[in-house]
Write a protein that binds this ligand. Structure first.
Ligand code: GDP
Ligand code: MG
Length: 281
């Protein structure tokens, strides 16, 4: 499997994130609720160390809540503060602010003990591509927020945005590298568009999605595309082609089948799904 994260690139990304982290009191780590394992970069633990962290699960509107709730429990049991959000239709930011309030109180306490003045929490958003970092920033910032600008000496050239009386946010998120060591994880990431199609092609991703759906969400996919066949993937692709009108001159336009299935998946037309199912042992 081709991997686009060369060691040099990864080392540079790590260094940049470490530099940002030095200025930060709290990290919002964003993962995709449909792939709560695959979209989580485990090396973040080593980067963030003991800094307070809130795990934001985005796209809950698209996930299979029964399965994702197991992951939420799992992460909570492992010491995470978890907030699940639909950033598009119902971004309930109070869930986030309830957590940051507690963290701010602890920070204030520590600062008072040291004879320092209280100050706003400085926050950074971290996550692999396409998990909703920019959307989350936009939600937090809203329209009321004003840019507090550079603070010479403390923050170099970084821009801070005022969120409320408690928090200010670094305006650019830290982009973590996705993990590609495991083929299923890479396919999950590709299915949810967290890694580009240059790494895995549409055919491979689409066939993975169809097989996965037939296994875990059987009736949703068979009903949507009128699939009768259970095993032969070529027959299944032909059936889908027929259903979506992707037959030309008696031949299935497979490229169109791949694109349509993946578009339907992303739009939520294949139902609410979670592709990571088994919790780590
Ligand atoms: N349905 C849904 N889509 C979301 C949610 N959060 C982000 N998105 C979509 O996911 C895509 C990637 O979001 P973006 O903020 O650009 O991700 P980034 O690469 O991490 O900055 C965009 O099309 C967003 O509209 C969510 O909670 N629900
Ligand atoms: Mg972005």
């Amino acid at each position: 499997m081709a991997i686009n994260w060369y060691p040099g690139h990864m080392a540079k990304t790590k260094r940049e994130i470490k530099e940002k982290l030095d200025l930060i009191d709290v990290v919002f780590e964003i993962i995709d609720a449909r792939i709560p394992y695959s979209s989580k970069n485990m090396e973040i633990d080593e980067l963030v160390k003991n800094k307070p962290r809130i795990l934001i699960m985005s796209k809950v509107d698209l996930c299979d809540k029964v399965i994702t709730d197991k992951w939420i429990d799992y992460y909570k049991k492992n010491g995470y503060k978890v907030v699940a959000l639909d950033l598009i239709n119902n971004p309930n930011l109070n869930l986030v602010f309830n957590e940051t309030k507690k963290i701010k109180e602890e920070l204030d306490q520590k600062r008072r003990e040291k004879g320092l003045k209280e100050r706003k929490l400085r926050a950074l958003i971290l996550g692999i591509p396409n998990v909703g970092k920019s959307t989350f920033i936009n939600r937090l910032v809203g329209r009321k927020a004003t840019n507090v600008g550079n603070k010479p000496g403390v923050t170099k050239n970084l821009e801070w945005i005022r969120i409320n009386d408690d928090i200010e946010l670094l305006d650019t998120p830290g982009i973590l590298w996705p993990k590609l060591d495991n083929e299923e994880v890479a396919l999950n990431l590709a299915a949810m568009m967290a890694i580009k199609e240059e790494i895995l092609d549409n055919e491979e991703i689409c066939i993975y999605v169809i097989k996965k759906m037939l296994k875990d969400y059987h009736d949703v996919i068979t009903l949507r595309y009128n699939i009768k066949e259970e095993n032969d993937i070529v027959i299944i692709l032909d059936e889908i082609g027929k259903k979506i009108g992707a037959i030309r001159g008696g031949e299935t336009d497979y490229e169109k089948v791949y694109n349509t299935v993946l578009k339907d998946l992303h739009a939520g037309y294949l139902g609410k799904i979670t592709f990571d199912r088994d919790l780590p042992q």
